[in-house]
Design a protein around this ligand. Structure first.
Ligand code: C2E
Ligand code: MG
Ligand code: MG
Ligand code: MG
Length: 283
């Protein structure tokens, strides 16, 4: 039977593969075009103090404006990584985030902005210089920039990443470990790494308040190492309350706000500055 319809199935699979390869090539081509024409945009998601609700910073999240739609990073970052286009996209993201942070600090109040950095970017020999240049070009105080690297990426090659992160940290840039709890951090490595913030992965936050073991453990670990904690993906009041009670420093998620365009984020900066007179610079 396999032989009888073998020909047809072979053709079917070939067609399918070709179709997928073509789709991927088309995506790659439009991505190249997007890089050349500057079709990217940054959205900003606020982080607030879990205890007081004060605005403590934003995370910059890239979007691709393509054929009238906003394409989320999960749909193009992997291809950008494979093709190396992430280096150009990442440099644009860094520049734009630094520019925005400097503008808010000048016009309203100093609010830190966190930028996601992927494996390929961190491995690039020019990465630290690119960050320094973005800060310098925009007149951004390094304290206003935070760099987010996922736990899996950081721990994969600690020896290579250590000097890069140390160089940024020496400038005053803060380092956050993103999606914390999903990888394999050894305590020994965590002590060695120049890290300031642990971001509790959304999957553990969504377990709250019923299955709090991992969130509790991460908060205890962070306190032990004098690191601050941010819980990502907070969607309910119960989660927020649990995190505040557990001593988590900051919360971020749809409950507080979805990621929003720069002008809406700026309005939050203004409102917060008006409320408090001055913003807390550190979490
Ligand atoms: P991430 O850094 O862990 O960012 C958090 C993601 O969770 C964002 O998705 C955000 O929109 C989403 N999120 C925030 N709060 C909630 C919530 O309460 N519920 C749910 N269900 N989701 C929430 P987004 O913007 O699609 O980004 C996905 C990932 O893409 C990011 O994960 C990050 O790893 C990567 N990424 C985003 N922007 C950039 C960038 O500029 N450069 C690089 N290299 N990677 C980026
Ligand atoms: Mg992140
Ligand atoms: Mg995350
Ligand atoms: Mg994530």
């Amino acid at each position: 039977a396999a032989k009888a319809d073998g020909g047809g199935r072979f053709v079917f699979y070939t067609g399918d593969l070709t179709e997928r390869a073509m789709a991927r090539l088309r995506l790659e081509a439009s991505l190249r075009e997007a890089v050349a024409s500057g079709a990217f945009e940054l959205f900003y998601q606020p982080k607030i103090s879990a205890a007081t609700g004060t605005l403590t910073g934003f995370e910059a999240l890239v979007r691709w404006r393509h054929e009238g739609a906003l394409v989320p990073p999960s749909d193009f970052i992997p291809v950008a990584e494979d093709t190396g286009l992430i280096l150009e996209i990442g440099a644009w993201v860094m520049d734009e985030a630094c520019r925005t942070a400097a503008r808010w600090a000048r016009d309203h109040a100093p609010v830190p902005v966190a930028v996601n950095v992927s494996a390929r970017q961190l491995a690039d020999a020019g990465f630290a210089a690119m960050v320094e240049e973005a800060l310098r070009r925009n007149g951004t105080r390094p304290e206003l920039l935070e760099v987010e690297i996922t736990e899996t990426v950081i721990m994969k090659d600690v020896r290579h990443h250590l000097p890069v992160l140390s160089r940024l940290r020496a400038l005053g840039v803060r380092i956050a470990i993103d999606d914390f709890g999903t990888g394999y951090s050894s305590l020994a490595y965590l002590r060695q790494l120049p890290v300031d913030v642990l971001k509790i992965d959304r999957s553990f936050v969504s377990d709250l308040p019923h299955a709090p073991d991992i969130a509790s453990t991460v908060i205890a670990l962070a306190q032990r190492l004098f690191l601050s904690t941010v819980a990502e993906g907070v969607e309910t009041e119960e989660q927020h309350r649990w995190l505040a009670d557990a001593g988590c420093d900051c919360v971020q998620g749809f409950l507080i706000s979805r990621p929003v365009p720069a002008d809406a984020a700026e309005a939050m900066v203004l409102a917060s500055a008006a409320r408090s007179g001055e913003l807390a610079l550190t979490a």
